[in-house]
Design a protein around this ligand. Sequence first.
Ligand code: PLP
Length: 294
Amino acid sequence: MAKIAHLARIKVPDSDLEHYPAVKPLAGLLDLRLVPVAMDGEGLLPEALEQAARAHGAHALYCMPRLHNPTTVTQGPARRQAVLDACRRAGILVVEDDVYGFLASATTSGWSPLAALDPERVLFLTSLSKNLMPGLRTGFLLCPPALMDRVRTLLRATLLGVNPLGAELSAEFILSGAALDSAAQRRALVAERQAQARRLLPGVPSDPACPHLWLSLPEPWRREDFARALISRGVRITPADAFAVARGDTPHAVRVCIGGVERTDVLEQGLRTLANLLAEPAAMGDSFRLGERA
Ligand SMILES: Cc1ncc(COP(=O)(O)O)c(C=O)c1O
C-alpha cells in the first residue's frame, strides 16, 4: 500500500492551513509535521486516516481525491464519503487539492468534490497553472465561511496581495473563453498521450484524463537505479521517494509525466526508451558497481 497522502500535525494551536505538494518544504517552513496515510487502489484508506489522526493528534488532512499526484488514483463516491466521515469523526479539516480536476471533467461528470459534500470542513484549492501557465500565479481557494477571516489574514501576510497583472490576464483568459478552450485542448492531448502510453507500455494502468503514469517497477529494479539508468539514456522520471513524507513503505514505483513534454515525438521516444529498459534485465545497482575491490 502506498503511503503518499499526508496528515498535518499542526504545532501552532488552532492553525489550519495547508497547500499543495510542494507540501514538504512548505510544512517545514510552517513547522508542521507531516504524517503519511496508507492508500490502496481507490485512494486514502479511511480507517488508516482515522488511526493516524488519533495516533498523531492531527488537525488537517491534505489530499487529492481526483487524479492524485503521483498515484493517478481518483476516488469513487463511496470512498470519498468514507474519507469525509473519517475526518468528521477525527475532527480534522480537509484541504482538497483539485489542480488536475479540469482534465477529468470530461470523463467524470457528476463527480462531487469533498468541498461540495461538506463545505464547512473542506478548503478547496485549484489553480490555472496546469491549464494555462504556472507563471500567472493565479489560484483559487473555496474556504469554509468560518475560516475566511483567518485565511484572508494569512494570505495577506504571505502574499501581500494578488499580483494584479496576473489576475487581470487570468480574468481575460476566463472571460474570453480561452481558458475553457485550453482545458478542452489539454484534455484531448492527455487522452491522446495516454493512448500512446497504452500502446508502448501495455499493462501499465492508464487513466485517459491523467497527465501521469504510475509505474510499478518489476523485480528486482530499485527506484533510484531505474531513474539513473533512464537519465543516462536521456529520460527523466520521478521516483516515488520524491513524494513520500516518511521513511518506510515507499512503493517500488516511479511517476512518468506525459502531459508536460512539448512534442509528441519526443514523448514517443522517451516511452520507447522506458519500454526497452523494462524489457532488459535489471541493471546492478551503483552501490555494487562502485563497491571496493578486495
Ligand atoms: C498537486 C499540485 N497541486 C497544485 C499545484 C499548483 O501549484 P501552483 O498553482 O502554485 O503552480 C501543483 C503544481 O505542480 C501540483 O502538482
